[in-house]
Design a protein around this ligand. Structure first.
Ligand SMILES: *Cc1c(COP(=O)(O)O)cnc(C)c1O
Length: 854
């Protein structure tokens, strides 16, 4: 029989044990080993059954055990230390509060960080992959640094699916129900104890109501909206049923709830707790894009018109794009969006056409217009970035069409390379050991211990997986011999979109078999990953790999582990020697698993994509050469070339380096250990989420807060008026005459420049006149351009033209060229392409119009 309703009975903790509640409900335990150990010791035998989740553990512990602990002076002493440590952590000034951090100017009092998923701990499974884990690491690093962030997301009743395999290796999905009352959550409530609710108006007079759950992530509150509320009809209750609901309306409603509802939840939270209102909103990918229009609506209620409100909202908004794969970006048919906004639906006061224009993507002639969430993000955020240097560059190319007339390199999209949260992803043994103080023998021993732990975990997981695939216990004796703690171990785990090429290693099965079964230098491989439930192609790749690994001849050397998640990931990163990554360059925006591996002294073997393109060094691992020149036309040849390169690297470099234990070296692989140390000492500090967060604070949050403060309603109105004035005058703006000095061009010398420009009725302060300089190729295209600002020189001549002068420094030999251009200039513009206007010599004008350039 099945229960028709469930609820959980929470134990009442004896008074002396009350602090356990506080420790369990603040997820800091997930990255603080001492607290985790204390919580485990409440009932060590039940820790595994509680899936290492202290809230679940406390809910199941017996009254007897609690009584014993309440009288155990040693335990109470440790509890006192742990709770004291947490309270200090929550209140002491940290990096953000230090004087030198603040010296650069006033920092934002609050930043709201929106993400569709958050991977904080396996105990709160609200993530599908890299985007969510990154968001979790972002919150944790913000907490450690004292950055006043509020996280905003959705609470999914089923989270992401759990993966198992059928007997023939086909992915099976399960959606266990998560009961909020069994999770580390507390409802946000009003002063009278009633639940705080937010509401969205839906077409046809319906409403979508959501309650708000709070999660404590160290110092950072995370608000999760949940539509499973009795006031909703059945369809509305299901809006937050699972991560990335099916296409169309379900997904649109999720994103409306995240952006619009999320903003309303933040307002409610600040009202109830007295927390400072956010000065900056940061969108982790475009899913939360509707927060921009929602804030335009808010300003509209205070009498600010659309143009001025858009400027004010842009000033305080940061957008991070995460994918160069067009299919990875959410798009909705305009007709669907139109139905959910305007007249008797959401954001009625904005005007549906104005809203649609914010997300409109230019598509091929005749194709129905699409509403693109990344485009919405770029149009409503004054500052934007990609997630590695290479991805920043790829994104500028991908979105250059939004700034017509400007070179792709000038698109205002910067880069902050992702980072990972060291206390979460570094094995406890590695954290404790401090590698720099270890001898080679001790370091090698530590690496072996981590590898051996992984081997044991793999066997346990593999056995469970085979039981699920229908094997009997008696058939599984061989599992005890799977993997060898002394064999070179390679890890490959990630989601399974096609560009990540899960099965590249299978390209030449005989060669792979040869590597696995090599008599002196064998390798063993651990593979894991989930395919999107709707992606049969991905499921076929998994099946191919599983079937290959099922072969009794090699199954001791290669395994596929189902249900990749944070708990498994931690031991994989720590226990592998080599982390393999072979995406189709440049489609991996950053990739973070290799960074987590590096924190544990695992070497990287990767295509130079994402972060590895930036930080590759032969001391940190190996680069798999790419054949990206072949482009899309020849995917098979490209795979063949890159797979062959991978086998050769493994056979000729990676394997020999690992197994090189020459005499006189104490049986140690000296070069390998050098690389492990280089990875830990020199790469480790770069891949940190702390580093990433500091870059966001100084490069994005602080400038955005400054812009936001400067952009009062009055200033926004003034800027809007400036934009109108410049746009009107622009047809009369021209670079009329360029007169170089007569100096001979020598390296290190200068060339002086005198320029006459017509400005219509604008005065020189309203524009910037620039010389653009650089190398020139055979058709005179400027490469690697530099920009020199020219200065106004005297008043207008008789024909009303203004003179600008300046000097160009020649710091490169060879062909050199320059041009001159006029751009709008206003202190509240963050970027020179922002108004889409430019005037060049020969009367060439760029006058982009559209919502971005109002
Ligand atoms: C880090 C991580 C990812 C993302 O890894 P990529 O290298 O970016 O593909 C996905 N899932 C889990 C569980 C992770 O820990």
């Amino acid at each position: 029989m099945k229960a028709i309703r469930r609820f959980s009975v929470r134990p009442v903790l004896p008074d002396p044990l009350r602090p356990l509640q506080e420790l369990a409900f603040n997820l800091r335990w997930s990255w603080h080993p001492e607290t985790r150990e204390l919580l485990r010791s409440v009932a060590p035998d039940d820790w595994a059954a509680a899936r290492e989740d202290p809230v679940r553990l406390l809910a199941s512990v017996s009254a007897d055990r609690l009584a014993t602990l309440a009288a155990d002076r040693g335990f109470l002493r440790r509890l006192g230390v742990a709770i004291g440590d947490l309270r200090d952590y929550l209140t002491e000034p940290r990096w953000y509060q230090q004087a030198d951090t603040r010296a650069g100017g006033e920092l934002p009092r609050c930043i709201a960080y929106f993400s569709p998923e958050f991977g904080i701990t396996a105990a709160l499974p609200q993530y599908s992959g890299g985007l969510g884990i990154l968001a979790g690491d972002h919150l944790k690093a913000a907490s450690d640094l004292g950055v006043p962030l509020i996280g905003v997301g959705l609470l999914y009743r089923h989270g992401y699916f759990r993966q198992s395999l059928s007997a023939d290796g086909w992915q099976q999905e399960h959606y266990p129900v998560l009961d909020p009352h069994e999770l580390p959550l507390a409802p946000l409530t009003e002063a009278d104890g009633s639940r705080t609710l937010v509401q969205l108006a839906l077409p046809g007079g319906r409403a979508l109501t959501a309650q708000i759950w709070q999660v404590r992530v160290g110092r950072v509150p995370l608000l999760l909206l949940d539509s499973d509320h009795p006031e909703n009809g059945p369809a509305e209750r299901d809006v937050t049923d699972r991560l990335y609901g099916g296409g169309g309306e379900h997904r649109l409603l999720q994103e409306m709830l995240l952006g619009i509802g999320g903003m309303r939840a933040v307002r409610a939270y600040c009202r109830i707790t007295g927390h400072a209102e956010p000065e900056v909103c940061h969108m982790n990918e475009g899913h939360a894009g509707f927060l921009g229009p929602e804030r335009i609506r808010e300003l509209g209620e205070r009498g600010v018109d659309f143009d001025a409100a858009l400027r004010a909202v842009r000033a305080g908004t940061v957008f991070t794009t995460h994918t160069p794969v067009p299919a990875g970006i959410d798009r909705f048919p305009e007709e669907l969006v139109a139905r959910h906004f305007g007249e008797s639906a959401e954001l009625a006061t904005l005007g549906t056409e104005a809203l649609l224009a914010l997300g409109r993507e230019t598509t091929e002639e005749g194709a129905p217009a699409q509403f693109n969430m990344a485009v919405l993000g770029l149009r409503t955020a004054q500052r934007a970035n990609g997630v590695s240097v290479l991805h920043g560059q790829v994104s500028r190319g991908m979105f250059a069409w939004l700034w017509p007339g400007f070179d792709a390199e000038e698109a205002p999209i910067g880069a902050v390379t992702n980072g990972v949260h060291a206390p979460t992803w570094t094995a406890d043994a590695m954290l404790r050991a401090r590698a720099a103080t270890l001898t080679d023998a001790e370091l090698w021993d530590l690496r072996r211990t981590l590898r051996e732990q992984l081997v044991h975990e793999v066997r346990a997981r593999l056995r469970a997986a085979w039981r699920q695939r229908g094997a009997g216990q008696a058939e599984l004796g061989w599992v005890d011999d799977v993997l060898d703690p002394d064999v070179l171990t390679i890890g490959f785990a990630r989601r399974v979109p096609s560009y990540k090429r899960l099965t590249l290693m299978l390209h030449d099965r005989e060669r792979l078999r040869g590597l696995l079964l090599h008599p002196e230098r064998p390798v063993q491989i651990v593979v894991a990953g989930k395919a999107h439930p709707a992606d049969d192609g991905g499921k076929r790749l998994i099946q191919e790999l599983v079937r290959f690994a099922d072969d009794p001849a090699i199954r001791r050397r290669i395994v596929f582990l189902p249900d990749y998640g944070m708990a498994m990931a931690r031991s994989l990163y720590a226990g592998c020697d080599v982390w393999l990554n072979n995406p189709l360059r440049p489609l991996e925006a950053c990739g973070t698993s290799g960074m987590k591996a590096a924190l544990n002294g695992c070497l990287n073997l990767s295509v130079r994509d994402g972060w590895w393109d930036e930080w590759f060094d032969p001391d940190f691992g190996w680069e798999i050469p790419t054949a990206d020149g072949l482009a899309a036309e020849e995917p098979d040849r490209r795979d063949a070339i890159e797979a062959a390169a991978l086998y050769t690297l493994l056979d000729e470099q990676v394997g020999p380096c690992f197994y090189d234990r020459g005499v006189g070296r104490g049986g140690l692989p000296i070069r390998w250990l050098e690389m492990v140390r280089a990875t830990l000492d020199r790469l480790g500090p770069r891949v940190l989420a702390d580093r990433m967060l500091r870059e966001y604070v100084t490069g994005f949050y602080a400038p955005a807060a400054a812009s936001h403060r400067a952009m009062t309603a009055e200033a926004a109105g003034e800027l809007a008026a400036y934009a109108r004035r410049v746009r009107e005058a622009w047809p009369r703006v021209a670079v009329e005459h360029v007169e170089p000095g007569t100096e001979a061009p020598t390296l290190g010398g200068t060339v002086s420049l005198k320029v006459r420009v017509a400005l219509g009725d604008l005065d020189p302060g309203a524009v910037e006149v620039q010389a653009v300089t650089g190398r020139v190729d055979s058709d005179d295209t400027l490469a690697d351009p530099g920009y020199t600002q020219l200065k106004p020189d005297g008043g207008p001549d008789l024909e009303g033209r203004w003179t600008f002068t300046g000097e160009l420094t020649l710091h490169r030999p060879g062909p050199f060229g320059y041009t001159v251009r006029v751009l709008p200039s206003h202190p509240l513009l963050a970027h020179r392409a922002e108004l889409g206007l430019m005037a060049l010599p020969d009367g060439e004008l760029v006058e982009s119009s559209g919502v971005l350039f109002r």
